[in-house]
Design a protein around this ligand. Structure first.
Ligand code: FAD
Length: 416
């Protein structure tokens, strides 16, 4: 058994929670989607989350049309669409006045949805958890992963904490879906963590002037602001960037968030402190990637495996797609083995790399470009004049291949 740090421990109750084929840790989009798919395949699935739903999550709360398609596959789109706002695309504003518009409908291949969805995570994640229950998943809220249980080197379950009780849950595979700051990746072999390079402060604000069906990104030096209407007259206002550019006022997230907005002339004045309708949420340390995404008896999905920058990331869509890659591979592994061996799960690692490596490259390209605000501004202007923002949003939105951006023609258009 691996240790997860010193902690005063009550005795572990061995079989208080019935054993299952699959134990999913974390019920964000990645965990719920994996649980739903595996329960529908006839497996006995237990899913735990330390939170109770509905819960809040620091996020800009937009989904591309491909993200909505993923929700359709899980059978929740019909329920969610009326609870959010149709999103047509995004407009990125550079530091020196250039802007780039990307509209989904201008990039969508024939037959594809032409709009995405902006919906509060409080709603999205709770609907997915409901769907997991409806699919037959045993959902345990307020239940936290403490340790993985290992038998002959393979993960065969977990020790979980519910209040002051510790229980042991046995399973044939553990799916670590506990997000960016979860413990599953660490317990499975560690993660590459960078120093605190970026933080985010996210608020919900009513009556923000000038919001329509297109999200806005405003890029400054070392930070950016995202504005996204999420329904009910409320806008998600997120500030993301270097701690030295954002954490400039002592202590209070709200004061720092307001101070950061002040740096953006096109935003300040539109966002009023007395219209904040949800406390400012703070989160940080984004650049993490698990050292291994599969092991004997375990696998990671969503942010637990790797995190995409919020600017380009579409992390929800990626989490849902990752679940779609993982589920059939888990199912096949469990059809042949009592405990899913790493060798059988390794196809998932390969499938992830194939599906996401282009996106990782585009993310790095844009992230690097943003560190040179003047050049980035010029590139936005050049791409916009050529109508190429639509292609870019199609790639970051997961419905055009990365090669639509990673080719000499596109890259030259950014520079000259
Ligand atoms: C500032 C910001 C803005 C973003 N904006 C967008 C956006 O607009 N669109 C988009 O697509 N993506 C966005 N993302 C990314 C997106 O939020 C994530 O990629 C997405 O939430 C990943 O889903 P997940 O299921 O992997 O993890 P999460 O949604 O983080 O879910 C993990 C779950 O695990 C639970 N958990 C954690 N530890 C434990 C434990 N020990 N035991 C049990 N449960 C545990 C948590 O309670 C949580 O419910 C943004 C991210 C940030 C930080």
């Amino acid at each position: 058994m691996d240790s997860n740090g010193p902690e005063a421990r009550p005795p572990v109750r061995p079989a208080a929670i019935p054993s299952s084929d699959v134990l999913v840790v974390g019920l964000g989009p990645a965990g719920s989607a994996t649980a739903i798919r595996l329960a529908r395949a006839g497996l006995r699935v237990t899913a735990i989350d330390r939170a109770t739903f509905p819960r809040e999550k620091a996020c800009s709360e937009y989904l591309s049309p491909e993200g909505v398609r993923q929700l359709e596959l899980l059978g929740v789109a019909e329920r969610l669409l009326p609870l959010g706002v149709a999103l047509e695309g995004a407009r990125v504003h550079g530091a020196r006045g250039s802007a780039l518009e990307g509209l989904f409908r201008k990039a969508a291949p024939p037959g594809m949805r032409e709009v995405g969805l902006s919906v509060p995570r409080r709603v999205l994640d709770a609907v997915l958890v409901d769907q997991a229950r409806a699919a037959g998943v045993t959902v345990l809220e307020r239940t936290r992963l403490v340790e993985l249980v290992r038998t002959a080197g393979a993960t065969t379950g977990a020790i979980v904490r519910q209040g002051d009780r510790l229980d042991q849950v046995s399973s044939r595979v553990v799916v670590g879906a506990d997000g960016l700051h979860g413990v599953a990746a660490r317990l499975l072999g560690g993660r590459r963590t960078e120093p605190l390079r970026r933080v985010a402060l996210v608020a919900h604000v009513a009556e923000v002037d000038g919001m329509g069906s297109t999200a806005e990104m405003h890029v400054g030096t070392g930070l950016y602001v995202g504005l996204n209407a999420i329904g009910g007259g409320v806008t998600n206002v997120a500030v993301v960037g270097r701690p030295d550019r954002i954490l400039t006022v002592s202590g209070d997230p709200e004061a720092n968030w307001l101070a950061a907005l002040e740096r953006f002339p096109a935003v300040r004045g539109r966002v009023r402190r007395d219209r904040i309708v949800r406390a400012v949420l703070a989160t940080g340390r984004f650049a993490v990637r698990a050292r291994r995404v599969v092991a004997d008896g375990a696998l990671l999905v969503g942010d637990a495996a790797d995190f995409f920058d919020p600017f380009t990331g579409e992390g929800i869509c990626t989490a849902l797609r990752g679940a779609g890659l993982a589920a059939p591979i888990i199912e096949a592994a469990l059809a042949e083995h009592r405990v899913a061996p790493a060798a059988a799960l390794d196809r998932y690692r390969i499938a992830r790399r194939e599906a996401f490596r282009g996106k990782w490259a585009v993310e790095r390209l844009i992230g690097y470009g943003m560190t040179f605000p003047a050049l980035f501004d010029r590139a936005l202007g050049r791409l916009d004049r050529r109508g190429m923002g639509h292609t870019l949003i199609g790639v970051t939105g997961d419905f055009l291949p990365a090669r639509a951006v990673l080719n000499p023609g596109f890259l030259m258009a950014m520079m000259v």
